[in-house]
Every structure is written in structure tokens, then in C-alpha cells.
Design a protein around this ligand. Structure first.
Ligand code: ARG
Length: 272
């Protein structure tokens, strides 16, 4: 199977891919190039980052199917459509909140009751986002507001997750974070291959274009990409969606462009 075909499969059936990678630690068959070694010599994270501090990103959520998410309201988690199967009642997902260490005894664990999956995911419109309603509201955990205009779709973003720290690597116990620079739609598409199909109106790219080395990776899907707004508050601009391998040069991460779907997210959430 060539890389492009595998990629398409991963994008279309990422749950299986994520679950398999999570359960068995499988390497992606798309492996071709290894990401460059971390120049700092520090423990790599996400890919090419470092460990987050307890409380640094309080709204980070780990989902039991092997995805990330962000707390959108005290009872709704924003994640990726490709992390869930369909819209409807669903009590099978467990959200772990309030900790950087997934094995911490102080972790809050809450079951899902309902999933809303973007109806335009996997259409030409795009929209890799979904909402997970929790069985009960969580208290004492800050939510992450979403960007509703394109103002913040520029600059340097922060990403975080418990996904693989190297392409094909294991899921992480401790939350990892990294910083990724914005990559314009035109530059992203110009990388060719899968990137020529990116959807400029619904997706936003980020990464170290020429050097690679920093990226989200398998298992980070659904987690937020965020930055500071003009009031120095965190705001979500992206949702981890896909990429070719992880942290490869000329292969930026592709994220759901949150500002482009913010009104749909808000109206779907108000109906949950
Ligand atoms: N689709 C992946 C997942 O299910 C996320 C991949 C992100 N890849 C990247 N190179 N930024 O976890």
C-alpha cells in the first residue's frame, strides 16, 4: 500500500488506526523518514516538545478511544470527527480530565452520554470536529474558548497531547506540549501529495516547514491547537486532524480551522 493510500485510510478510519496504535503500539506503515532528533536532547513530546506542567492547560482532555480533546463547556468536550463513529447516544467513551499524568489517582473520569459528529466531515466542505456530551458537568476545571474570527489564524501556536512522541511511537503517560508556527494555505498546498487536497476554507496548517521536528502525531487527534488572544487569554484555533507521518520536513500538521466552524460548533453545543 502506498503512503497516499494509507493516509486516505487513516483519515477515513482513524478510529481503527488510533485504537490499534494505542492498544498495540503499532508503527504507521506510512513510515518513511524518521523525524530529526530533538536538538535540545530533551525528552521529545507530542513530537519535539516538552512536558506540560500540572494546571498549565487545564482544559486538556484524554479520550478513551485514544484521542485528545478540549473542554468546551463544563459538560462538552470538543474533539475531531475522525475520533468518533457517528452522531447519537454513546456511553462508551471515558474522558479523563484535570491531570497531566493519566495514571494519577486525582484524575477525573467521566463517561459520555452523547456524541455529535460534524455532518460535513468527509465531504468537500470539510469539518473534522465533534462534540462529546459528558454524563455530568465537571467542576473546577477551566474551559478553552474557541476563536470565532480568523484574527488569530497566524503566529505561533501551542499544541498538546498524550499521543506518540515520535512517528510510530507509543502513546504517552504525561501530557506533552510543543510550539508550531502557522503555515499558510498556499504554502501548505504547495507541499503536494496529500497536502494538495487540504481544504483552505476549513483547515489550517502548522509546523516547521523546512526543518520539521515539531508536530502533533497519532493519538493527539481531536486535541486543541491554541494561542494567546489580545487579552492574553488562551483561545483555540485548531483541532488536530492529520498529517503525512509526524514532524517530517515539508509535511506540516493539518488542523480543523476552528474559526471557520465556530458558529456550527456553538449551535450544535447549544442543542446537546
Ligand atoms: N490523525 C492522527 C490521529 O488520529 C493525528 C495526526 C496528526 N499528524 C500530524 N502530523 N500532525 O491521532
Amino acid at each position: 500500500m502506498d503512503a497516499k493510500r494509507w493516509f486516505t485510510l487513516l483519515k477515513k478510519s482513524a478510529i481503527g488506526a488510533v485504537a490499534a496504535a494505542t492498544m498495540f503500539g503499532l508503527a504507521s506503515p506510512a513510515l518513511a523518514a524518521q523525524p530529526p532528533a530533538d536538538p535540545s536532547g530533551a525528552q521529545p513530546s507530542v513530537v519535539g516538545g516538552s512536558r506540560a506542567a500540572q494546571g498549565e492547560f487545564p482544559w486538556m482532555v484524554r479520550l478513551s478511544m485514544g484521542c485528545g480533546g478540549a473542554l468546551y463547556t463544563n459538560q462538552i468536550v470538543l474533539t475531531a470527527a475522525h475520533c468518533v463513529t457517528r452522531t447519537g447516544a454513546n456511553t462508551s467513551i471515558t474522558a479523563t480530565l484535570g491531570v497531566i499524568d493519566l495514571q494519577s489517582s486525582s484524575a477525573k473520569k467521566v463517561k459520555s452520554t452523547y456524541v455529535y459528529r460534524s455532518p460535513t466531515y468527509d465531504t468537500a466542505t470539510g469539518g473534522d470536529w465533534a462534540l462529546i456530551k459528558l454524563a455530568s458537568p465537571v467542576t473546577g476545571i477551566a474551559t478553552l474558548p474557541i476563536a470565532s474570527t480568523a484574527t488569530y489564524n497566524t503566529g505561533t501556536f501551542t499544541v498538546a497531547g498524550w499521543g506518540a512522541a515520535t512517528e510510530g511511537g507509543a502513546q504517552q503517560r504525561y501530557l506533552l506540549k510543543a510550539q508550531v508556527p502557522f503555515v499558510s494555505d498556499a504554502t501548505c498546498q504547495a507541499q503536494g501529495g496529500i497536502y494538495s487536497d487540504m481544504i483552505p476554507s476549513a483547515e489550517i496548517c502548522a509546523g516547521n516547514l523546512t526543518a520539521g521536528g515539531v508536530d502533533t502525531c497519532q493519538g493527539d487527534s481531536g486535541g486543541p491547537m491554541f494561542r494567546r488572544d489580545n487579552n492574553n487569554a488562551w483561545i483555540q484555533v485548531g483541532i488536530v486532524s492529520y498529517g503525512e507521518g509526524c514532524a517530517r520536513p515539508h509535511a506540516p500538521g493539518v488542523y480543523t480551522e476552528v474559526s471557520a466552524v465556530a458558529s456550527k460548533i456553538a449551535s450544535a453545543a447549544s442543542g446537546l
